[in-house]
Design a binder for this molecule. Structure first.
Ligand SMILES: [Zn+2]
Length: 240
């Protein structure tokens, strides 16, 4: 299978990827409590898996996936064991310096794929700062907000109704599909720190949810590489 993981490439392979105008995905996630039934790497695992499967499905141009930024902005989960959070400005700096490093090697198409709700607004604002202050343009999506995903997930989910709560039906279903050995369905009930009802989750739903997410990301990657995806930050930079 072709290599899509950034950390597996050699120097010469990065040069070839730049020449082919590769899209580079920076997965951004969290390490945080997900109720009593899911592992703390839930966001990181869901986000990274969607990125890797989409990258592997594209043959027309290279897509590289960076190692997941495994800790995010999760102060609201610190009341529960296992959560690791960065402070706001530290998180913004980590994202900024990773993206500027990628850009410094010649990559022009950078996509942040976020997998944690608490990161969404930070990543969006950070991308504006990245363009204005560093001259680096990047697009960004939270995986459950990619075009077509909310509608498709609404048709699959029962209690979440397409809305990703926290450690609820959708995330629990995804984890039953991806890491079933780490899920304790006997403890899959609402407790403080859970937003939604995990008891309606299933592995079969998880497989369908993941497939819809991967398809949505493939479409975004193709539009981005072809130039069809409007790059609002580049436009913004031109008028500054
Ligand atoms: Zn989560």
């Amino acid at each position: 299978m072709k290599k899509v993981l950034w950390q597996q490439l050699r120097r010469t392979e990065f040069q070839k990827a730049v020449e082919a105008d590769a899209v580079v995905i920076i997965p951004v996630a969290s390490t945080e409590q997900h109720g009593n039934h899911l592992p703390v790497n839930t966001d990181a695992d869901c986000c990274f898996t969607i990125a890797v499967r989409a990258a592997q499905a594209i043959d027309e141009f290279p897509v590289l996936v960076l190692p997941t930024i495994w800790t995010g902005y999760s102060p609201h989960h610190m009341a529960y064991p296992g959560t690791i959070t960065l402070k706001y400005h530290t998180f913004v700096e980590v994202l900024t310096q990773v993206a500027t490093s990628v850009h410094a090697h010649g990559f022009k198409k950078i996509l942040f794929l976020n997998g944690h709700g608490g990161n969404s607004a930070v990543v969006a604002a950070m991308r504006t700062k990245l363009a204005a202050e560093e001259g680096v343009s990047a697009v960004g999506y939270t995986y459950w907000e990619m075009p077509s995903v909310p509608e498709e997930w609404k048709a699959i989910s029962q209690s979440d109704k397409g809305f990703v709560g926290h450690a609820a039906e959708i995330e629990t279903s995804l984890q039953l599909y991806l890491q079933p050995e780490l899920v304790d369905m006997g403890a899959a009930v609402w407790v403080p720190g859970v937003f939604g009802d995990p008891s309606t989750a299933s592995r079969e739903k998880g497989e369908r949810l993941l497939s819809a997410g991967v398809s949505a990301l493939i479409a975004i990657l193709r539009d981005y590489h072809s130039g069809q995806l409007e790059d609002r930050l580049m436009w913004r930079k031109e008028i500054l």
